[in-house]
Design a protein around this ligand. Structure first.
Ligand code: TXA
Ligand code: MG
Length: 353
């Protein structure tokens, strides 16, 4: 299959080519598109054949449900059984934006889209190209992140091309992505709303709107043996090809512990890499040192994390060591993704001390 790439800027949308992109979806094809979180791989969310194609293009197990992206609040009512007060409040506060809600699905939503579940994940993104594209596509675009299964979600169009060229009909290049981590997922089907995947919309922000909100206990704790409630969080994910270890402790202790392990890895003939904060980057002796951002600016760390994980693959780094981050605010999402990338390999120097 030949994959066409078109360019769309948020402040200069070309409606003719977006209409063409929308037609591809209406006819059952696949189009990758930018959102404010990561690039999505879109198909018609109400067409079971389209969802089957998405799983095939991604190489993803078909029991891992997709998020349906909408562009108008009224469209929520046609794909869920009912819209509870909590969903109305969250939509009012955070839509369009990086929040996905889980609700009981209406009959028109095929089980192929929901991975066999009776619930459906819904999100209204804020990226202007995404909103215009969803409208042209008929209003209900099922989309996982536009990476091959197991790779970090793409935050640049070139990574979408790398993973999806020849597998889908079109890629809409919308430039860089603002947030860089996938949306927060909140399950509204239980008694108390529960975060299934942390993101830019934090626990504190949800609590401000709803009062009591809990977190799936498996999110940060690698030793927790419960099954994560979002099926996608059960798979090894976001993983670079190299072996990765996260090191937590005082700034100086982390630098010297990482440098010691770097030396040992080098002695074994391995190519070494470090994910460093701007504050510490110059202190590392690794072959490849990547600055993920300043410790003072967690949103910048979130925005560059996936790009950096991909770059380590490009440079064929064998052993990757990462600094650790505070888990408040968006830090919870950063550490959740880092821990998954590292397969939960984590060294706590505070405990050793
Ligand atoms: O920011 C995002 O959410 C991006 C952009 C493209 O919108 N999309 C995204 O989709 O990250 P994906 O498919 O990579 O992740 C969707 C997650 C998976 O972990 C999946 O298991 C979970 O949402 N999910 C979907 N439907 C669900 C449901 N009904 N119940 C529980 N978890 C669900
Ligand atoms: Mg994904």
């Amino acid at each position: 299959m030949r994959t066409e790439v078109i360019i769309q800027e948020e402040n200069r949308i070309d409606n003719t080519s977006l209409t063409r992109a929308g037609d591809i979806i209406r006819r059952g094809g696949l189009v990758a598109f930018p959102t404010e979180t990561v690039y999505g791989l879109g198909g018609d969310g109400l067409n079971p054949e389209s969802s089957r194609k998405i799983y095939e293009a991604k190489g993803r197990p078909s029991d891992n449900p997709l998020i349906i992206h909408i562009c108008r609040m009224e469209d929520l009512y046609s794909i869920v059984k009912e819209v509870p007060e909590s969903a109305k409040k969250l939509a009012e506060a955070f839509w369009p934006g990086p929040l996905t809600m889980i609700l009981p699905k209406a009959d028109c939503v095929p089980k192929e889209t929901t991975g066999g579940l009776d619930t459906v994940a819904v999100r209204m993104p804020s990226h202007k190209v995404a909103l215009a594209f969803i409208k042209e596509a008929g209003g209900f675009v099922a989309a996982p992140s536009a990476n091959l299964s197991g790779k970090p979600s793409p935050t640049l169009a070139k990574y979408v091309v790398e993973d999806m060229d020849g597998r889908i009909d079109m890629i809409i290049d919308g430039g860089d992505i603002a947030i860089g981590l996938e949306s927060t997922i909140v399950d509204l089907t239980g008694e108390v709303p529960m975060i299934l995947r942390p993101g830019y919309i934090t626990l504190e922000m949800l609590q401000d709107v709803l009062g009591e909100v809990t977190c799936d206990p498996t999110l940060l704790d690698g030793t927790c043996t419960d099954r994560p409630k979002a099926p996608g969080m059960r798979y090894r994910h976001y993983a670079p090809k190299g072996d990765m270890l996260i090191v937590e402790g005082s700034s100086d202790a982390v630098v010297s512990a990482i440098n010691k392990m770097v030396a040992e890895s080098k002695a074994q003939g391995l190519k070494t890499g470090v994910i460093a904060t701007a504050e510490n980057a110059e202190k590392y002796d690794a072959d490849v040192v990547k600055i993920v951002g300043s410790r003072q600016e967690a949103t910048a760390v979130a925005a560059s994390l996936y790009r950096i994980l991909r770059e380590f693959d490009d440079e064929e780094t064998d052993a990757i060591y990462s600094e650790s981050f505070a888990t408040d605010g968006i830090g919870q999402a950063i550490m959740n993704r880092l821990l998954k990338a590292a397969g939960h390999k984590y060294k706590n120097l505070w405990e050793d001390a």
